[in-house]
Design a protein around this ligand. Structure first.
Ligand SMILES: [Zn+2]
Length: 188
């Protein structure tokens, strides 16, 4: 009797561990905001997977992805969520943080020309500059406008973004030394 109980406890423990592992993998794989092409209008849309629900379902081996948010909602909330196939096919490629990280790779700051290495999002997030020489941060960019913004803006490092923001907001306090300012690369 004790032996059967031990077997049962071990079997249940293994099932629980496998379930937790599956849930964690699903959670890590599908969390975060994603940029997809909406199959309905073929334009970019920002979406999030209902990752809590997917993780719970993965734990019991019945994972079905659904969206929890889309930039086209509530207008298109009743859609068939066909874009989920793009996320299932390549979950990493459409993750917004990966898209932005990749955009900086191999590029240099438009002001100081320092190459971007590993991006430090937590304390020194890089920024962008537009044609009017106004630097902006990524949290000011709607995700569904990401690709458009990437084609019209240049990358700027955190230090130059802070310096340029200060210069813009407090021009009366800034004294330029010759050739110290505005080595901004030409925007194409
Ligand atoms: Zn810089």
């Amino acid at each position: 009797m004790d032996f059967i109980l031990i077997i049962l406890v071990v079997a249940v423990s293994v099932l629980v561990i496998v379930g937790i592992r599956r849930a964690a993998q699903t959670y890590l794989e599908f969390r975060g905001e994603r940029l997809i092409e909406c199959p309905e209008n073929h334009k970019p849309a920002a979406v999030r997977v209902a990752v809590g629900k997917a993780a719970l379902e993965a734990a019991v081996g019945n994972e079905q992805l659904r969206l929890s948010a889309c930039s086209r909602w509530p207008e298109k909330q009743g859609c068939g969520q066909e874009c989920l196939s793009q996320i299932e096919d390549s979950p990493k490629a459409c993750l917004v943080s990966n898209i932005v990280d990749n955009w900086y790779q191999g590029k240099s700051c438009a002001y100081c020309h320092k190459p971007f290495g590993a991006i430090r999002w937590h304390d020194h997030p890089p920024a962008l500059v537009d044609r009017e020489r106004k630097t902006i941060q990524w949290n000011e960019v709607p995700v569904d406008k990401l690709q458009e913004v990437m084609s019209t803006h240049l990358p700027v490092c955190w230090n130059c973004h802070i310096a340029e923001s200060f210069r813009r907001e407090h021009p009366e306090l800034v004294v330029d030394r010759p050739a110290s300012h505005s080595r901004l690369s030409i925007l194409h």
